[in-house]
Design a protein around this ligand. Structure first.
Ligand SMILES: C[S@@+](CC[C@H](N)C(=O)[O-])C[C@H]1O[C@@H](n2cnc3c(N)ncnc32)[C@H](O)[C@@H]1O
Length: 319
């Protein structure tokens, strides 16, 4: 395993495994297929593979560093016959399965469980050169897949977005994806600044945002740049569009009784998950929502891992 790859504590670990496995007992020896579409540090996948030794896992991550670390970990733990890791955006999951694992859809009737644990990993957040955080000075990148090579998206970096978007578009991004109340003022300031210098680094942007905040609000618990950085990350990686597009497709890829569990970290994501799952239950009638209220972490988990505090999990079972 790559020692450079930072720690990441898996969120809602027991709860997600309990829901995904449902009635499957540890002794059940028939082969089962699960997918982890956001492998990250592999915490959920590893725990899932340990719960039942007949589980086969197809895993994806769009981050090349997560893949490099994951491949080493899988080899080190002798799991290469049970865990297959693909470097891809989960937007391409169906194509990947049809090309490489068609027997799961045709022979087995689909996946027994699919997990999505959205958002950034602690490694991404804590690596200054990736540009996700204003805590470190680094290039304003924020792409989860910096070498997408034009895959189907060729996402722009945050710096390119800042450079090329109109003031109206920036305002909309900051307001809608960050719920930033000074969205308009920050977008205006960015547009003034970019006429005289390039806004290239996390520090450049953090400084602009900081000074757009009224003095009395600059040193509150939540740093002024938090919401704009979150908004840019969501925009750069097309996070909301992809999750909305994929939920109905993933539901169709489950076998009867198979479960889709999605862990999200902010209200916009959760709203999409909630509405999409409800639509599959009420209108499409192909699934049943198992979580009438979202599953949230215990106080104990939040004390252990503050990143868990905003997590919500919803689960759909295929009919
Ligand atoms: C919160 S971490 C997952 C942590 C993992 N469950 C664990 O326990 O170690 C989220 C991961 O999902 C990946 N990711 C986010 N959106 C993705 C997408 N659309 N396609 C593929 N991977 C994605 C990120 O690169 C990141 O590594």
């Amino acid at each position: 395993m790559n020692s450079e790859y930072g720690q990441h504590i898996s969120v809602l670990l027991q709860e997600s495994l309990d829901y995904l496995l449902g009635k499957i007992s540890p002794e059940d020896s028939s082969v089962k297929y699960f997918a982890d579409l956001t492998f990250g540090r592999g915490g959920h996948s590893l725990a899932l593979s340990q719960r039942n030794s007949s589980i086969q896992l197809i895993c994806l991550d769009q981050d090349p560093e997560a893949i490099e670390n994951g491949k080493a970990m899988i080899a080190e733990k002798n799991l290469s016959t049970r865990i297959t890791l693909h470097h891809a955006n989960f937007r391409n999951f169906k194509k990947i399965v049809e090309t490489n694992h068609l027997e799961i859809m045709q022979g087995h009737g689909g996946f027994d469980g699919i997990l999505i644990d959205l958002g950034v990993s602690s490694h991404q957040f804590d690596t200054g050169e990736r540009g996700f955080s204003f805590r470190f000075d680094g290039p304003l990148d924020m792409r989860m897949n910096p070498d997408d090579g034009g895959e189907l998206n060729s996402f722009s970096t945050a710096a390119e977005l800042i450079k090329n978007s109109t003031q109206e578009d920036l305002t909309k991004i900051f307001f809608e994806y960050g719920e930033e109340k000074f969205a308009k003022r920050i977008a205006q300031k960015i547009c003034e600044e970019r006429k005289v210098r390039e806004i290239k680094t996390t520090n450049d942007l953090e400084e602009i945002i900081f000074h757009c905040y009224p003095k009395a609000m600059r040193h509150e618990k939540i740093h002024p740049a938090t919401r704009v950085f979150q908004a840019l990350r969501i925009a750069v990686n097309h996070e909301l569009e992809i999750i909305e597009e994929m939920i109905p497709i993933l539901a169709q890829m489950l076998c009867v009784g198979g479960r889709l569990a999605i862990i999200s970290f902010h209200s916009l994501e959760d709203r999409i998950v909630k509405h999409s799952m409800r639509n599959l239950e009420k209108n499409e009638e192909i699934g049943r929502v198992l979580t009438k209220k979202p599953i949230i972490p215990s106080n104990e988990e939040i004390l252990r891992n503050s990143r868990a505090r905003s997590a919500k999990m919803r689960v759909l079972e295929r009919l």
